[in-house]
Design a protein around this ligand. Sequence first.
Ligand code: PGA
Length: 249
Amino acid sequence: MRTKYVIGNWKMNLNFKEASLLVSELDKIQLTQDVKMVICPSFTYLHPLINQLNQSEIMVGAQNCAENEKGAFTGEVSSSMLQSIDVRFVIIGHSERRALFGDINEKIKNKIVQALNSQLRVIFCCGETLPERESGNYRDVIKHQLNSALQGINESQMKSIIIAYEPVWAIGTGKTASPEQAQEVHLFIRQELATLYGTDCAASTSILYGGSCNAENAKDLFQQPDIDGGLIGGASLKSHDFERIYQSF
Ligand code: PGA
């Protein structure tokens, strides 16, 4: 049995009042043991929102962390800082970070190591761009992203890694991968994990879909055998939409 997740990636949205209100609305949703809910607000809101959720089943993650442990890195936030305020998850390798902030595979690998050293669970994102999909090379791209990010990670550490397949052409575009397209890649990722870590590890790793996932399409996506939930951007900013996505399971 794999853990199912519905994870909200709030990106750089909401002021603090709006964020706190959204959390109090989400906290009214009836959660089940089988499907975990995680929200990933901006760094500045992590601590107060974790306090606000201290009686709640909802867990909190960060959207990024530093690739270094500590020191003279102005503006950076380390994984141990996150751990020290009870952050449980961190998104690493999101395509926006790759495209806009120079998060190349090597950096991503370092961030994963830091996060695991701080006992954070990693939500590792991978996915191809539109030209890579159209060229038919998308499997090679994803394989390369997986292999370079997971270099040096052992089977026991894999228990702390969740994979999010996020085709770049589907993120924030309203263009979702069809359930069949997503399932094909999720199965491919699972087979790659089996090659790297064996079938037990592959079978127990949660692989989430992200990219214009919403209340309308979540059910069909989540019904696919290798899709274990969603990493949700835009639709995680409204409690009603996020609740409907959660209930799609
Ligand atoms: P989206 O974003 O749901 O708005 O497409 C998903 C993501 O970037 O994680």
